[in-house]
Design a binder for this molecule. Structure first.
Ligand code: ADP
Length: 298
């Protein structure tokens, strides 16, 4: 396992920020750590990376205990903290060379990383002159310098514009081909775009840990349909695979099916058999975001 989190509890004074959290991440997985603000994501990441200690439980990174073998564990970790703090007056390359000197890494490797994260055109600028997207690249480059096996990225796309977002997402996906990645976000689409797996956290507790393909499979299918005449619910309920039917107004219905098979033909057939005409039919498939909302109600 690349990361093993066992029964982690964290108190900030009296407040329990993490409550008996356990999960493990295999080598090579890209895992989205998803939850609303205040769920405990940053706290968990700070504990995994050894920046703060847990109140109870243990964390192993590449089999090294983060409390008792901290340096060995941290050698395996590249960490991009939330808000990505930088020395703004430093030049990009100067900053990365400075970091590299701490790790005793050769200049040539710094050049390689600059190319890898797409920083070449901006590498002569001061960090304060860079856009947020390029600042994130600098943070990613710094996290990658010592070629760690495990990347911990805390909300790496927050505050990026749509283009930067796409670029950073694809960069993470590319980097994730050879590394284990745990990255946090409160945006479901992000997990959908990048990850193999999602760990959902709310109020300090893990509430779902799912393979994304499985998660998508388990989704319901929602169809909104309008017929030309009113019909009794008991007839509508004869449509196969129906989980629920709601008469939203007059001749319109919201039908929820417990299958991923396309049920539109069945709805058309039903209307035909009942001597009705179908005036409108929309699929309103639940996306991962609505599932997220369902699991994490406000
Ligand atoms: P997330 O990253 O999911 O937004 P955090 O881990 O930052 O969540 O926060 C979890 C909870 O712990 C929140 O209620 C937050 O206010 C609290 N918290 C985080 N850091 C501290 C701290 N240093 N001192 C006290 N409370 C904290």
């Amino acid at each position: 396992m690349s990361i093993e989190v066992k029964n982690i509890t964290k108190f900030y004074k009296d407040q329990k920020a993490l409550d008996n959290v356990s999960f493990s991440i295999k080598k090579g997985e890209i895992v989205g750590f998803l939850g609303p603000n205040g769920a405990g994501k940053s706290t968990m990441m700070k504990i995994i990376t050894g920046f703060i200690t847990s109140s109870k439980g243990e964390v192993l990174v590449c089999d090294f205990n983060i409390k008792t073998k901290k340096i060995n564990a941290q050698r395996q970790i590249g960490y991009l903290p939330e808000h990505n703090p930088h020395y703004l007056e430093m030049y990009v390359k100067e900053y990365l060379l400075f970091n590299a000197s701490i790790y005793k890494i050769a200049k040539i490797e710094v050049d390689e990383i600059i190319t890898k994260v797409g920083l070449t055109p901006e590498s002569h600028k001061k960090i304060k002159q860079l856009s947020k997207g390029y600042r994130q690249r600098v943070g990613l480059a710094a996290a990658l310098l010592h070629n760690p096996d495990v990347l911990i990225l805390d909300e790496p796309t927050t505050g990026l514009d749509p283009n930067q977002l796409i670029e950073i997402r694809s960069l993470i996906k590319e980097i994730g081909k050879n590394k284990t990645v745990l990255f946090s976000t409160h945006i479901m689409q992000e997990v959908d775009a990048i990850c193999d797996r999602v760990i959902l956290i709310n109020k300090g507790q893990i509430i779902a840990d799912e393979n994304l393909i499985e998660l998508k499979k388990n989704q319901e299918q929602v169809i909104e349909v309008e017929f030309d005449y009113k019909i009794e619910k008991q007839f509508v309920e004869t449509i196969p695979n129906l989980k629920s039917a709601e008469n939203i107004y007059d001749t319109s219905w919201l039908l929820v099916f417990n299958t991923t098979k396309d049920m539109r033909p069945a709805v058309f057939d039903f209307a035909h058999d009942q001597g009705l005409k179908t005036l409108k039919l929309n699929t309103k498939n639940k996306n991962l975001e609505s599932l997220f909302r369902e699991l994490i109600p406000n």
